[in-house]
Design a protein around this ligand. Structure first.
Ligand SMILES: Cc1cc2nc3c(=O)[nH]c(=O)nc-3n(C[C@H](O)[C@H](O)[C@H](O)COP(=O)(O)O)c2cc1C
Length: 200
C-alpha cells in the first residue's frame, strides 16, 4: 500500500492516470454529510487534470464543498450501480471525514475549482493526497469494457429515452454475453433492471 500527501508528492502516473480520459468513480459529500458516488471521466491533457460534469448530484456537492475523490475501481457492478442509482452507505469508508469507496484499488483526493456552465461545468482538479491499495494485473476484458460503454449509453437513455441508445446497449450486451465473466453479467442484469428493460 502506498499513501501520499501534498500535491508535489503525488504523481498521477503512479495511479495509472495517463494522458486522455480515465473512467473513475467520483465520491463527493453533500452539505448534510450524505456521501455520493458516480462514474466520471478524469481528463488529463498536458499538465491539466479536469472533469466535465453535467448538472448532477456530484456537481451540486462539488459546488458546496469543492473536494472530490477519484476512485480507481475495477468492479463493473459498482460502475453500473453508481451510474444509475445510489451506492449503499456501506460501500463508503472515510478518510478525514471524506468518503472514498472501500473497494477502490486506489483513490486520489482533489481540490476542485469549478467553472460553472449552464448544462456542463468544467472542474479543474488539483491532487491533495492519494492511496494505492491494490496493484492487480488486469488483462483487457472486452466484457468489462462493454459494461462501461453500455452504462454510459444507459445514463443517456434514462434522460433522453431515445431508441439509438437502446441499440447501443443491446450491442454491448452481446459482447458481455460472449466475453464477460460472472461480475460483468451481473452488472448487465442490474443495468437492464435499473433502466427498466428486459434482458433476454
Ligand atoms: C463510465 C461513465 C463515465 C461517465 N462520465 C461522466 C462525465 O465525465 N461527466 C458527467 O457529467 N457524467 C458522466 N457520466 C454519467 C454520470 O455518472 C451519471 O449521470 C450519474 O447518474 C450522475 O450521478 P449523480 O447525480 O449522483 O452525480 C458517466 C457515466 C459512466 C457510466
Amino acid at each position: 500500500m502506498i499513501a501520499c500527501g501534498g500535491a508535489e508528492l503525488i504523481n498521477v502516473e503512479d495511479f495509472g492516470i495517463h494522458e486522455g480520459i480515465s473512467e473513475v468513480i467520483f465520491t463527493t459529500i453533500s452539505p448534510d454529510g450524505i456521501p455520493n458516488a458516480a462514474p466520471m471521466g478524469l481528463h488529463r491533457k498536458g499538465g491539466r487534470l479536469f472533469a466535465r460534469i453535467y448538472n448532477s448530484k456530484t456537481l451540486e456537492n462539488i459546488m458546496s464543498k469543492p473536494v472530490a475523490a477519484a476512485n480507481i475501481v475495477d468492479d463493473p457492478v459498482l460502475f453500473v450501480q453508481s451510474a444509475l442509482s445510489d451506492a449503499e452507505p456501506e460501500r463508503f469508508e472515510y478518510v478525514e471525514d471524506f468518503p472514498v469507496l472501500k473497494d477502490a484499488m486506489g483513490w486520489i483526493l482533489f481540490e476542485c475549482k469549478c467553472k460553472k456552465g449552464e448544462t456542463i461545468s468544467v472542474v479543474e482538479l488539483s491532487p491533495v493526497k492519494g492511496k494505492i491499495t491494490t496493484r492487480k494485473l488486469k488483462p483487457v476484458n472486452r466484457g468489462f469494457n462493454a459494461v462501461i460503454e453500455a452504462s454510459i449509453y444507459a445514463t443517456r437513455y434514462v434522460v433522453f429515452r431515445e431508441q439509438k441508445y437502446l441499440e447501443h446497449i443491446e450491442y454491448y450486451n452481446s459482447i458481455v454475453k460472449k466475453c464477460g465473466g460472472a461480475r460483468e453479467k451481473k452488472a448487465m442484469e442490474l443495468l437492464y433492471e435499473l433502466v427498466g428493460l428486459k434482458n433476454d
